[in-house]
Design a protein. Structure first.
Length: 646
């Protein structure tokens, strides 16, 4: 039981003191048992305030400290550092949130906010009395990382980690790296070529001996915890082993009798069961689609290097310290009939159109007809209402991509007319310059709302788009179009199996979820598992690269020291009281509780490196054999008693 507690109440520059009577709070708690001193500060987090607290702890021999200020998410580690520097165990410090949970929430009731602050501080004091000194456990870490996904973001993550001295296993599900960027041709805002960007990154990867690339590979098993994961990856046979000349590869492709829609070109063209990488895809070696191959042997007759189904799948076991998931996104696929998609032949998506531009050099032709008028319909699959679908979010990149495509088309084919049917252009930052360029070149922008979306009709062998235009005070405007381009959203890639293996939570939009978009933007609730790029949220290329480097830096900082300290606020099992019913293991979301033999008795044991101190196990234990360090029954009970006082 602590006997000399120091209490500090923060004004937070008016954020708290404008609504909470600080002096009344001080007066109400100064006579609480075991409270040795009570002080107020303008900013508790300021260097001068921290120095004052350190001096008080040393000079007055304080054995616990309570700071009533803002959210522990912001400054818990700040004040733990104060305690440590002054020689006080940091877990004998308690932070009470009287800003987010009080002054901000009750700014319309200062008297009530003051009374609530008093009760919250008293509860914090009660918890501090029952606090115990805790010590972090240190575990060894392996400085190796599995990067899942080898698009532009995954390759950037791998390079960043490799240059910091980390061993990298770059795991790509398809047979080629490059991801979506390789498909886009010219990209905003600097007119870079997507295939050049991916080629540059792949060339750098080849130079680094500490990056091992696996294509046709996927994660199938994971065990262990941060710093020490054991994983298994399954590698599909490529169907091509050895060497072949360019003419032999071309002959083998020509001889292959089976074809399917080419996913790289979004179905605009066909590919064979033997397929070769497109510009921007690497390595530049052919592969055989086993699911499509009919085992006719025509390719093997041309060169034995083509070996369909001759090699079994390979399973590799690797030991790593952490993960970075950088698995990318998929373009939204409109259902049949949405704006005529799948029913009117000249209605296509923006990804298809960008590939069409790459496939047409001198003039823009679609299905044998020259394209002169293009109608772009924005927010297809984004910003949906309840009747349309579940994609409530803005995909952010679409406006920039569509306006940039309009500029690209105009520059490449000269006599094309672009009509942009939009819900308000969101070309943020420097992308606004692209919108300006599109306007200056004569592109027409018409704005609609969800209440009056564009209508696409086929009449007299022509396709028409009609809209009620906000910018002309609701005038009905109609134009014919040789091509209707649906500016489609980014949607989460199907990652259910990976998400389950790595236990990465999803947000309401079904993208992978970080802990906090500002404070922990690439970390997940699972230690050692980072996320980056467009598996996390819609991003443009620059944002993808930035988050990929952030994830590399964060996971490297955890692993590079060779050991790491675990938070000691973990579940604790009293083996004498435990009768092993298994309910705690069922409740644990982190697989941190296992069954062990304790002198002939089966009991629960906590794997400390897996435990996150969430407390899910404690309420389900029928014998009350589990407690939570730092949040013990005694501490929580004391807080309840303090809050119950009138």
């Amino acid at each position: 039981m602590k006997k000399k507690i120091g209490v500090y109440v923060c004004h937070c520059g008016g954020n708290i003191s404008d609504y909470v009577d600080i002096e009344k709070v001080k007066a109400a708690v100064k006579d609480e048992a075991d409270v040795f001193l009570v002080k107020n500060t303008l900013f508790a987090c300021a260097d001068s305030s921290q120095k004052m607290m350190e001096d008080d702890i040393k000079a007055q021999g304080l054995d616990a400290m309570v700071v009533a200020s803002c959210s522990p998410k912001l400054h818990l580690n700040t004040f733990r550092g104060v305690a440590s520097r002054a020689g006080l165990n940091p877990y004998n410090y308690v932070q009470v949130n009287i800003r987010e949970q009080n002054s901000w929430a009750h700014s319309d009731n200062p008297a009530g906010a003051t009374e609530k602050a008093i009760q919250l501080v008293k509860a914090g004091i009660a918890r501090a009395k029952e606090s115990e000194a805790l010590t972090s456990m240190k575990i060894p870490t392996t400085n190796a990382v599995a990067v899942i996904g080898a698009g532009i973001g995954g390759m950037r993550t791998a390079l960043g980690l490799a240059d910091m001295g980390t061993e990298v296993y770059l795991i790509e599900k398809s047979f080629f790296v490059g991801g979506r960027t390789a498909q886009w041709g010219t990209v905003a805002p600097n007119n870079d070529k997507g295939d050049v960007l991916t080629a540059g990154l792949f060339a750098e990867i080849q130079k680094r001996s500490n990056i091992k690339l696996f294509t046709g590979a996927e994660l199938i098993e994971k065990s262990g915890s941060v710093g020490n994961f054991d994983i298994k990856i399954r590698i599909r046979p490529r169907g091509f082993q050895g060497n072949a000349t360019t003419s032999e590869i071309e002959s083998a492709v020509k001889a292959c009798p089976v074809s399917t829609a080419d996913e790289f070109n979004f179905g605009l063209t066909q590919r064979k069961a033997i397929f070769i990488p497109q510009k921007g895809q690497f390595p530049q070696q052919p592969a055989i689609d086993e699911a499509l191959c009919n085992q006719c042997g025509a390719c093997s007759k041309i060169n034995p290097a083509f070996q369909p189904a001759s090699t079994a799948e390979e399973v590799l076991t690797l030991h790593i310290g952490g993960f970075v998931a950088n698995t990318g996104f998929d373009p939204y696929e409109p259902p049949k009939g949405e704006y005529g998609y799948g029913e009117i032949e000249n209605v296509i998506t923006l990804p298809q159109f960008k590939r069409l531009i790459e496939l047409n050099d001198k003039e823009l032709v679609f299905k044998g007809k020259k394209v002169k008028k293009i109608a772009y319909i924005y927010c297809v699959g984004s910003r949906q209402d309840d009747d349309e679908g579940n994609n409530k979010y803005c995909s952010r990149y679409c406006c920039t991509s569509a306006t940039h495509t309009g500029v690209t088309v105009k520059n490449k084919y000269k006599d094309v007319l672009n009509y942009h049917f939009n819900r308000g252009i969101r070309t943020y930052g420097k992308a606004e310059l692209i919108y300006g360029q599109a306007s200056r070149q004569g592109d027409v922008f018409l704005q609609f709302t969800l209440d009056s979306i564009p209508q696409v009709e086929r009449r007299n062998n022509k396709t028409y788009v009609k809209v009620k235009d906000i910018l002309t005070a609701g005038k009905i405007i109609e134009t014919d179009a040789d091509l209707v381009v649906l500016v489609t959203a980014m949607v989460p890639r199907e990652n259910e199996e990976l998400g389950h293996l790595l236990k990465i939570p999803e947000g309401r939009d079904h993208f992978f979820n970080e802990i906090h978009m500002k404070l922990k933007p690439v970390e997940t609730v699972i230690d050692g598992v980072m996320i980056a790029g467009t598996c996390q949220a819609p991003k443009n290329i620059l944002e993808t690269l930035n988050s990929s480097m952030a994830a590399a830096a964060k996971v490297n900082s955890v692993l590079t020291k060779g050991e790491m300290a675990l938070e000691p606020t973990l579940a604790m099992v009293n083996p004498g009281a435990c009768t092993w019913c298994g309910k705690c293991a069922e409740a644990c979301p982190f697989d941190a509780i296992v069954q062990v033999d304790n002198d002939g008795k089966l009991v629960a044991k906590v794997n400390e490196s897996n435990c996150k101190g969430c407390g899910m196990c404690t309420p389900v234990c029928p014998t009350d054999a589990i407690d939570l360090a730092g949040y013990t029954n005694a501490q929580i009970g004391a807080m309840i008693d303090a809050l119950a006082e009138l």
